[in-house]
Design a binder for this molecule. Structure first.
Ligand code: HEC
Length: 110
Protein backbone atom coordinates (compact mmCIF):
# COMPACT_ATOMS: atom_id res chain seq x y z
CA UNK A 1 0.00 0.00 0.00
CA UNK A 2 2.80 2.35 0.89
CA UNK A 3 4.36 1.86 -2.53
CA UNK A 4 1.08 2.56 -4.29
CA UNK A 5 0.66 5.70 -2.22
CA UNK A 6 4.00 7.17 -3.21
CA UNK A 7 3.43 6.28 -6.83
CA UNK A 8 0.15 8.11 -6.78
CA UNK A 9 1.87 11.10 -5.26
CA UNK A 10 4.45 11.10 -8.05
CA UNK A 11 1.68 11.07 -10.63
CA UNK A 12 -0.02 13.95 -8.87
CA UNK A 13 3.21 15.96 -8.78
CA UNK A 14 3.73 15.22 -12.47
CA UNK A 15 0.23 16.40 -13.24
CA UNK A 16 0.81 19.55 -11.24
CA UNK A 17 3.89 20.45 -13.27
CA UNK A 18 2.19 19.64 -16.56
CA UNK A 19 -0.76 21.87 -15.75
CA UNK A 20 1.57 24.53 -14.39
CA UNK A 21 3.56 24.76 -17.59
CA UNK A 22 0.38 24.86 -19.69
CA UNK A 23 -1.03 27.86 -17.87
CA UNK A 24 2.24 29.76 -18.26
CA UNK A 25 2.17 29.53 -22.02
CA UNK A 26 0.25 32.40 -23.50
CA UNK A 27 -2.07 32.02 -26.43
CA UNK A 28 -0.31 33.33 -29.52
CA UNK A 29 -3.52 33.53 -31.52
CA UNK A 30 -6.37 35.87 -30.64
CA UNK A 31 -9.99 34.71 -30.61
CA UNK A 32 -10.42 36.07 -34.12
CA UNK A 33 -7.51 33.95 -35.39
CA UNK A 34 -5.10 36.89 -35.71
CA UNK A 35 -1.65 36.54 -34.16
CA UNK A 36 -1.22 38.09 -30.70
CA UNK A 37 1.74 40.46 -31.01
CA UNK A 38 2.21 40.86 -27.28
CA UNK A 39 2.47 37.11 -26.68
CA UNK A 40 4.82 36.71 -29.65
CA UNK A 41 6.99 39.49 -28.23
CA UNK A 42 7.11 37.81 -24.83
CA UNK A 43 8.19 34.51 -26.33
CA UNK A 44 10.72 35.76 -28.89
CA UNK A 45 11.96 39.25 -28.11
CA UNK A 46 11.67 39.95 -24.39
CA UNK A 47 14.82 37.97 -23.56
CA UNK A 48 16.96 40.69 -25.21
CA UNK A 49 14.71 43.75 -25.43
CA UNK A 50 12.87 43.34 -22.11
CA UNK A 51 9.17 43.78 -21.35
CA UNK A 52 9.34 47.55 -21.87
CA UNK A 53 11.76 47.40 -24.81
CA UNK A 54 14.70 49.00 -23.00
CA UNK A 55 16.53 46.06 -21.43
CA UNK A 56 19.40 46.18 -23.92
CA UNK A 57 20.81 42.67 -23.50
CA UNK A 58 23.67 42.12 -25.95
CA UNK A 59 23.39 45.69 -27.30
CA UNK A 60 19.72 45.19 -28.12
CA UNK A 61 18.30 48.49 -29.39
CA UNK A 62 16.00 50.39 -27.02
CA UNK A 63 12.62 49.81 -28.67
CA UNK A 64 10.95 52.38 -26.40
CA UNK A 65 13.15 55.08 -27.95
CA UNK A 66 13.27 53.78 -31.52
CA UNK A 67 12.99 56.43 -34.24
CA UNK A 68 12.48 53.83 -36.93
CA UNK A 69 9.24 53.65 -38.91
CA UNK A 70 6.87 50.69 -38.83
CA UNK A 71 8.22 49.57 -42.21
CA UNK A 72 11.85 49.83 -41.09
CA UNK A 73 11.13 47.78 -37.98
CA UNK A 74 9.26 45.22 -40.03
CA UNK A 75 12.28 44.97 -42.32
CA UNK A 76 14.78 44.48 -39.47
CA UNK A 77 12.64 41.86 -37.75
CA UNK A 78 12.16 40.00 -41.03
CA UNK A 79 15.74 40.23 -42.29
CA UNK A 80 17.83 40.83 -39.18
CA UNK A 81 19.90 43.93 -38.46
CA UNK A 82 22.68 45.00 -40.81
CA UNK A 83 25.43 44.15 -38.37
CA UNK A 84 23.80 40.78 -37.76
CA UNK A 85 23.50 41.41 -34.02
CA UNK A 86 19.83 40.69 -34.29
CA UNK A 87 18.96 37.62 -36.29
CA UNK A 88 16.30 37.32 -38.96
CA UNK A 89 12.86 36.04 -38.00
CA UNK A 90 12.04 34.97 -41.53
CA UNK A 91 10.88 31.36 -41.34
CA UNK A 92 10.63 31.59 -37.55
CA UNK A 93 7.56 33.82 -37.52
CA UNK A 94 5.04 34.22 -40.32
CA UNK A 95 4.58 37.57 -42.08
CA UNK A 96 1.37 38.12 -40.12
CA UNK A 97 3.11 37.33 -36.84
CA UNK A 98 5.93 39.76 -37.66
CA UNK A 99 3.37 42.47 -38.48
CA UNK A 100 1.58 41.78 -35.17
CA UNK A 101 4.78 41.92 -33.13
CA UNK A 102 5.81 45.14 -34.92
CA UNK A 103 2.45 46.66 -33.99
CA UNK A 104 3.08 45.60 -30.40
CA UNK A 105 6.53 47.21 -30.19
CA UNK A 106 5.03 50.45 -31.54
CA UNK A 107 3.04 50.53 -28.28
CA UNK A 108 6.31 50.47 -26.29
CA UNK A 109 7.38 53.90 -27.60
CA UNK A 110 7.48 56.33 -24.71
C1 HEC B 1 19.36 37.87 -29.24
C2 HEC B 1 18.82 39.15 -28.82
C3 HEC B 1 17.65 39.73 -29.57
C4 HEC B 1 16.41 39.17 -29.76
C5 HEC B 1 15.90 37.83 -29.26
C6 HEC B 1 15.64 40.14 -30.51
N1 HEC B 1 16.39 41.24 -30.77
FE1 HEC B 1 15.79 42.93 -31.71
N2 HEC B 1 17.65 43.69 -31.61
C7 HEC B 1 18.73 43.07 -30.99
C8 HEC B 1 19.92 43.86 -31.18
C9 HEC B 1 21.31 43.53 -30.68
C10 HEC B 1 19.54 44.99 -31.95
C11 HEC B 1 20.44 46.11 -32.46
C12 HEC B 1 20.90 45.67 -33.81
C13 HEC B 1 22.00 46.50 -34.38
O1 HEC B 1 22.21 47.62 -33.92
O2 HEC B 1 22.65 45.98 -35.28
C14 HEC B 1 18.10 44.84 -32.18
C15 HEC B 1 17.34 45.75 -32.91
C16 HEC B 1 15.98 45.66 -33.08
C17 HEC B 1 15.16 46.65 -33.77
C18 HEC B 1 15.64 47.95 -34.38
C19 HEC B 1 15.33 49.09 -33.46
C20 HEC B 1 16.02 50.38 -33.75
O3 HEC B 1 15.43 51.42 -33.44
O4 HEC B 1 17.14 50.33 -34.27
C21 HEC B 1 13.89 46.20 -33.72
C22 HEC B 1 12.66 46.90 -34.28
C23 HEC B 1 13.90 44.93 -33.02
N3 HEC B 1 15.18 44.63 -32.65
C24 HEC B 1 12.78 44.17 -32.76
C25 HEC B 1 12.81 42.87 -32.27
C26 HEC B 1 11.67 42.00 -32.19
C27 HEC B 1 10.26 42.37 -32.56
C28 HEC B 1 12.11 40.80 -31.72
C29 HEC B 1 11.34 39.52 -31.54
C30 HEC B 1 10.63 39.02 -32.70
C31 HEC B 1 13.53 40.95 -31.45
N4 HEC B 1 13.91 42.21 -31.80
C32 HEC B 1 14.32 39.96 -30.89
C33 HEC B 1 18.69 41.91 -30.28
C34 HEC B 1 17.63 41.02 -30.22
Amino acid sequence: MAILGSRRRIILIGLFFTLGSCSEQEVVINDNGAPNGKAIYKQNCKVCHGGKGNLGVGDAADLSASKKTFQEKLYIITNGSEGGKMTSYKGVLTEKEIAAVTAHIETLIK
